[in-house]
Design a protein around this ligand. Structure first.
Ligand SMILES: NC(=O)c1ccc[n+]([C@@H]2O[C@H](COP(=O)([O-])OP(=O)(O)OC[C@H]3O[C@@H](n4cnc5c(N)ncnc54)[C@H](O)[C@@H]3O)[C@@H](O)[C@H]2O)c1
Length: 319
């Protein structure tokens, strides 16, 4: 299929594009490079543009004869969203509305949307099922929830089949090292942790007094390659169903201290941990109930240890 990958120059989008190409699809990246990298657009054509530009999207959808869209493009920094909520709502929600308008005009009928565990807010249960209440604790999570609602309300009217995949915390990189995790600024835990271990610099551990067993935040870390494969599977599922709303997570929680211990063990290096206060809007624990995911995507998920080894190898190869 010809698949438009919005945000395909970013971290998850570039990894998914690589997997799409391997699976025989043509990934057409649509990105404004606000947080992505032109050199990562190497698995198919590049349509430069902003998702709030309906005409640019319409041109990309029609000129590349797009059959499905995977919509990754978004601003995705929780902390930044607490300072710039209006920027997040404009980019993420207006961008999604503009995409829906362009898809309606172009007659493109399949959409996979990047949602997030951030739509749930504080977990009321040890693991989170898809029917858990959605009360986001930050504007980023709210922007993703608003997109979900807009898509769900619009899809039946315009005949769109859609998947909403609520990812938990995404880690890892391409084991072949062709692309890797790169954000500026880098706020994601694993690159910062491995970088600190290798350089001897400090690692900021945000929050040591959460209501969790060791006081640090517990997250469900899902490997980016596993996540990319889930998107490809979701597109196949939409051939026979109208909608698919599913968590994508491993079902196991790892605390930040446990992640530090994994990095120290795997790399045989000490991490210089610097304890900092809890970040605004950071829930104590977010772990997926992946029972439903396993009904449509049976898969052996990579562990955090594998992600650490692969990422360390990729960093070593670059220095
Ligand atoms: N990384 C995670 O742990 C995680 C977890 C849950 C959900 N998500 C979602 O997954 C998606 C991808 O996340 P990521 O970590 O790869 O982020 P990323 O910042 O690496 O990639 C996002 C890409 O979208 C592009 N983009 C942003 N606004 C745009 C716009 N207006 N027009 C065109 N392109 C635009 C950026 O240039 C970038 O290339 C996001 O929607 C994010 O909310 C990520």
């Amino acid at each position: 299929m010809n698949i438009l990958v919005t945000g395909g120059a970013g971290y998850i989008g570039s990894h998914t594009s690589k997997l799409l190409k391997k699976a025989g699809h043509l990934p057409v990246v649509f990105d404004n490079l606000s947080n992505g990298w032109a050199e990562w657009v190497k698995f198919g054509p590049f349509a430069f543009g902003d998702i709030r530009d309906e005409e640019a999207l319409f041109r990309a959808l029609t000129s590349f004869k797009i059959e499905a869209v995977i919509h990754f493009a978004a601003k995705a920094y929780v902390e930044e969203s607490t300072r710039l909520p209006e920027v997040y709502f404009d980019n993420n929600v207006n961008g999604t509305i503009s995409l829906l308008k362009a898809m309606k005009r172009a007659g493109t009928k399949v959409l996979v949307f990047s949602s997030s565990c951030a739509t749930y807010g504080n977990a009321e249960t040890p693991t989170i099922r898809e029917d858990h209440q959605q009360v986001p604790t930050n504007p980023y999570g709210l922007s993703k929830l608003l997109c979900e609602r807009v898509i769900a309300a619009t899809a039946p009217v315009i005949g769109l089949r859609y998947a909403m995949l609520r990812y938990f915390n995404v880690i890892g990189n391409d084991p072949e090292g062709e692309i890797f995790e790169r954000h500026e600024p880098e706020t994601h835990v694993l690159p910062n942790l491995i970088g600190a271990a290798m350089s001897g610099g400090g690692f900021n551990l945000f929050g040591t007094d959460h209501q969790t067993p060791d006081g640090t935040a517990v997250r469900d870390y899902v490997h980016v390659m596993d996540l990319g494969l889930a998107h490809i599977r979701a597109i196949s599922e939409l051939a026979t169903r109208e909608r698919l709303v599913s968590n994508v997570g491993t079902g196991s929680g790892v605390s930040v201290r446990e992640l530090v211990a994994t990095v120290e063990k795997e790399l045989a290096l000490r991490v210089n941990v610097q304890e900092k206060p809890i970040r605004a809007g950071d829930p104590p624990a977010l772990v997926a109930d992946n029972t439903y995911l396993r009904t449509w995507f049976e898969h052996n998920f990579k562990t955090a240890g594998q992600a650490v080894r692969e990422m360390a190898a990729s960093i070593r190869a670059r220095i």
